[in-house]
Design a protein around this ligand. Sequence first.
Ligand SMILES: *Cc1c(COP(=O)(O)O)cnc(C)c1O
Length: 391
Amino acid sequence: MSDRRSFLQYMLIGASTVGAPTFARDYHKELGQKPFINAIGAYSSLGGEEMWPEVIEAMDYAAHNKADMEELHDAVGRRIAELVGSEYACVTAGATSAIMLATAGCMSGLDPELLHALPHPPEGAKDEVILQTSHQYLYDRALRTPGAKLIFVDSEEDLRAAIGPKTAMMFYVRKMKGQISLERWIEIAKELNVPTLCDAATTVPPIQALLDTVQLGFDLCCFSGGKGLRGPYSVGLLLGRKDLIMAAKANGSPNHAAFGRSMKVAPEEYLGMMVAVEVALQHDEEADLVHYKKLTNYMAASINELDGVTAEVVIDPEQGYEPFVKLEWDENKYKINKDDLKLALRNGDPCIEIRAIFLAFGEFHFTANMLKAGEEIIVANRVKAILLENL
Ligand SMILES: *Cc1c(COP(=O)(O)O)cnc(C)c1O
């Protein structure tokens, strides 16, 4: 690919692949932050995705134009709901906050005493959240924070036995497996009149996954705004039934006595999240995917020039919009193991970050979704150079 063609290609694709604009001050440099090449993807620990330029513009607008926060929150919720085909919506301080507030709302409804009592539900209150044992995950703390107890079930029989007057909500994590299918989970909840919440935080892109989740029949579902939706880092979305979302909102800011008062969302973030949804719905995601494939294919082909090294592009249907390069090498030939190659990339110049969590499974992955123009060449060359140094 010629430089000019690749430049045009970048200009046609989203902001995350365009070189960063230049600024009068280099804040990171002033603060001693080390720049790095992101071959890891939109990780929260590394700042998430880049916001769409339109999102930054909306945030700038909100910074200069003040509004009544409750009215703005409601109007943004109605607009997002209309865009995604949901009854209602609200912007939260991340998907985790959506889970906390939704759980609280299912426990309290609009009962002032219960709203005041959480996270210490009184005797007899609905304070149980049911989920499948296999859906226990990193973020289930968010369900317990408003004072709910987690009830784990495996079979449909367990589920029916667990549902009772104390049940506040049935929780489901999208794409996680379990004995009880998503369809049965929803059917049983409807039959026994229990509200449901589905965490679908990281299923976007494609944006169609969000539209589909809304239609599945869950009463509520939530998404992370700062990952694939490319909204502000700290926001999330709660979508679904208006009565339940109103109860969730009653547990949060700006209600001073609410347990969730600290999970405040800025007006910049309300507008930023709304515009992120608008842009995502208009954006050509297939063109992004073609671009990511081209970059991963380039890196794999370049690294495959080395003898005894296999670089393969993998498109996992579960993470379909993030193709990645999976790297294997003969460790008798290149005397460096996977952990040490990762460290050598991090400690080299420039610093390159790769997907670390897969190292635990003995797999060495890196992605192209967050690379800026030309960085695919640097990543491929650095990987080859380090392997060759260890020949
Ligand atoms: C990232 C993630 C969350 C948390 O999202 P935040 O917006 O960072 O609060 C929740 N659930 C799942 C499945 C996630 O991947």
